[in-house]
Design a protein around this ligand. Structure first.
Ligand SMILES: Cc1cc2nc3c(=O)[nH]c(=O)nc-3n(C[C@H](O)[C@H](O)[C@H](O)COP(=O)(O)OP(=O)(O)OC[C@H]3O[C@@H](n4cnc5c(N)ncnc54)[C@H](O)[C@@H]3O)c2cc1C
Length: 435
């Protein structure tokens, strides 16, 4: 089969239309200004407007332009940390609230989609975590035990079952959370923006927040052609945080994640891959993730470059070779789309919420787990902003911790990635075929 031209984002190509969100022109006032039109900022703006707050959202590009419109569209309703680890780290009240926020995030997103009639090709047939080696298995058994103890209907999958449910034989076991699912993330972002507008929020795309200054009775944010004065600010700029608050940008290690999507699979091949319509990610340090979309395209993701937006042909070629190794049944069916986005990794792979000044909230560090979690965090932030305090806020609020070696991060990250690759490879020797 002759390869089709591989280009662009599948989600962008198949998304619902963008909302009408003209750039900010001139001076305006709001109770709250939210900066960043990804899942976190959009959910925050929606819940603020629902709560009766006059809300302006500033987005530098367009809603969903960042990680929210480019991700794998896998709804995974939990933090990466196990609930008992969260409790051990933050105490029973805060740790328990974090675990609950994660566990409730899938229902929150499903509820938003239903309540606001958001067309985003949403299905909810479960998330599988593929276990890539025997060495990784005890931690996953422990994860299952902890969530089962909290009453969640998760379970372990044996080698044959995970092979049957995924259509590939690379996993020694699996972990199934039936409350996970898949969706078109760009459509979800756009639908959330439209819902926020209907609730009364004013959304301005092509409006990068350039400066934040203290004003007589609050704050003033300037954009190229306008300004918002406001009482409170929420910065939800994720991996795309720029010079607005340099210390925030310096607290993450932006990491590119790359995806490819094939032409729609013929029925016989499609029947052999993810027959139960699960979405999958795995336990490798350099994780892989895959799913089908509603047209039957196989969407397959993995790591890209350690910095910058550009996609390296070598990374693309390696990802495609890995996909064909995992799913030899797709033969030479061509890849039709490829695209990439930046993940806001923190060194500890945990979310960071800060209040650097009275009236300013920042959130960063979803670390690749944000389709369900970021809308839930946006809602929690909206509630905290409306209350004006952190009482009952379900996340730790910490001082900002910019990384000292940030300017030199690329060689450090490249070395860490090389080590992770090696460890994944050594792990796979004790189970699963080598790549
Ligand atoms: C390729 C990839 C695959 C992923 N797959 C999954 C997955 O399958 N499941 C999952 O749970 N998570 C996944 N994630 C993670 C998830 O996408 C993110 O955690 C989530 O989208 C973060 O949302 P956010 O609102 O914090 O940030 P973003 O969506 O990145 O939004 C930040 C926005 O802020 C804007 N901005 C920045 N600076 C300014 C400024 N000065 N003024 C105005 N606007 C500004 C940007 O333009 C951007 O639109 C993936 C991430 C990537 C990159």
């Amino acid at each position: 089969m002759k390869p089709a031209l591989a280009t662009g984002s599948l989600w962008e190509a198949t998304a619902e239309p963008a909302p009408n969100a003209p750039p900010l022109e001139g001076e305006t006032h709001a109770d709250v200004a939210v900066v960043g039109g990804g899942f976190c900022g959009l959910s925050c703006a929606l819940h603020l407007a629902d709560g009766g707050r006059d809300t302006v959202l500033l987005e530098a590009q367009s809603c969903g332009w960042g990680a929210s419109g480019r991700n794998g569209g896998q709804l995974i309703p939990c933090f990466k940390d196990n609930p008992e680890d969260l409790v051990a780290r933050h105490g029973p009240e805060l740790g328990g609230a974090m675990a609950d926020l994660g566990a409730g995030s899938g229902d929150l997103v499903a509820g938003l989609i239903a309540r606001h009639d958001i067309e985003c090709a949403f299905y909810r047939d479960g998330w599988i975590l593929g276990v890539h080696s025997q060495a990784a298995l005890p931690a996953i058994k422990e994860r299952a035990r902890q969530w089962q103890a909290r009453g969640r209907d998760v379970r372990l999958l044996g080698r044959d079952e995970v092979a049957a449910l995924t259509g590939c034989d690379h996993y020694v076991a699996g972990y199934l959370d039936p409350t996970g699912g898949g969706l078109n993330p760009m459509s979800l972002a756009r639908g959330m923006a439209k819902a926020a507008q209907r609730a009364g929020a004013r959304i301005h795309a092509s409006s990068p927040a350039e400066k934040i200054k203290r004003a007589a009775d609050g704050w003033r944010i300037t954009t190229p052609r306008g300004a918002v004065s406001c009482d409170q600010i929420v910065l939800a700029t994720g991996a795309y945080s720029g010079g607005l608050m340099p210390a925030l940008r310096r607290s993450i290690l932006p990491m590119q994640s790359l995806q490819i999507a094939t032409e729609p699979l013929p029925d016989d091949i499609r029947a052999s891959i993810l027959p139960g319509d699960h979405v999958v990610s795995d336990t490798q340090r350099l994780l892989l993730y895959f799913r089908l979309n509603e047209e039957g395209r196989l969407v397959f993701g993995g790591r890209g470059a350690t910095g910058g937006e550009g996609i390296k042909p070598a990374h693309l070629a390696r990802l495609e070779a890995t996909m064909r190794n995992y799913f030899p049944q797709i033969g030479d069916i061509p890849v039709r789309y490829h695209w990439a986005g930046q993940v806001d990794l923190t060194p500890e792979r945990a979310l960071r919420v800060h209040r650097p000044e009275p009236g300013i909230w920042t959130v960063i560090g979803f670390s690749g787990r944000g389709v369900a979690i970021a809308p839930a965090v946006g809602k929690a932030l909206a509630a905290a902003v409306m209350r004006g305090n952190t009482v009952e806020f379900p996340l730790p609020v910490t001082p900002m911790r910019p990384l000292p070696f940030h300017a030199a991060r690329r060689p450090v990250m490249a070395a860490a990635i090389g080590l992770a690759w090696l460890r994944d490879r050594l792990d796979r020797k004790d189970g699963g075929p080598p790549l």
